[in-house]
Design a protein around this ligand. Structure first.
Ligand code: DX5
Ligand code: ZN
Length: 231
């Protein structure tokens, strides 16, 4: 799907739960993808780590390329790597549809955001808990997606940091509505309502799906909570 098509689709379908394929059963990846599809997932969040930008390694384009063969779900790649410009083409060729990298890794992000858009992918920037929203405000016109980290990147299963909520509220005020706001880290039934009240569109969820007995029940519970935030 084209960049514009996907951006409109996610905007219309939001709130969306984006399963993070970091906590899945890697010995049976295809089966996990099929369970997520059957469970109603509308995209997959792919956490790429290089052991340098973050102190952990996950998987790269070779695995993503094979995943592309087993599903048509859009891939939302989250590149936690020091040099995303060097490897961008590989992630595009592997079949990613949205590509997000970190402002902390690329302080002058516009050329890379432009390359991502030229590849007909959604261009995203992520910000760590310690990075203020101001770090990206001057480039929002070049962005399709902003990923607010509500934990330090690198590991699943960490506790949600509520300071992320103020960043979401601030972005909601300062950024055009067509820029999607995603939140990542520690999202589950107990934290998602606050995120929805703050104005998130996409909710990246690892542990709260993969530790659940029933992915479908977990996804639909969080979708309902995000769709009807308590005031
Ligand atoms: C952390 C990753 C997240 C993480 C989410 O670096 O970006 O996507 O896997 O996992 P949970 O939901 O367990 O915090
Ligand atoms: Zn992520």
């Amino acid at each position: 799907m084209s960049r514009d098509g996907l951006r409109s689709q996610w905007r219309e379908r939001a709130p969306l739960i984006a399963p993070s394929m970091l906590k899945c059963d890697f010995s049976n990846l295809k089966h996990e993808v099929k369970l997520l599809e059957a469970g109603g997932a509308e995209l997959l969040h792919l956490d790429v780590m290089d052991g340098h930008f973050v102190p952990n390694l996950s998987y790269g384009p070779v695995v993503i390329e094979r995943l592309r063969e087993v599903t048509e779900l859009p891939f939302d790649a989250h590149l936690m790597i020091s040099d995303p410009a060097k490897y961008l083409d590989e992630y595009v060729s592997a079949g990613c549809n949205a590509i997000t990298f970190h402002i902390e890794a690329v302080p002058e992000p516009v050329p890379l955001l432009t390359r991502i858009r030229e590849a007909d992918c959604l261009a995203g920037l992520a910000i760590n808990p310690g990075t203020p929203v101001e770090a990206i405000l001057n480039v929002v016109g070049d962005l399709d997606l902003i990923l607010i980290m509500s934990v330090e990147p690198g590991f699943g299963g960490q506790a949600f940091q509520p300071s992320a909520l103020e960043k979401v509220r601030q972005l909601k005020q300062e950024v055009e509505d067509d820029v999607l706001i995603s939140i990542d880290g520690g999202i589950g039934p107990k934290t998602i309502t606050d995120c929805a009240n703050a104005g998130c569109d996409l909710y990246v969820v690892g542990s709260a799906i993969f530790e659940a007995a029933d992915y479908q029940a977990a996804i639909s519970e969080m979708e309902s909570l995000a769709a009807a935030p308590a005031s």
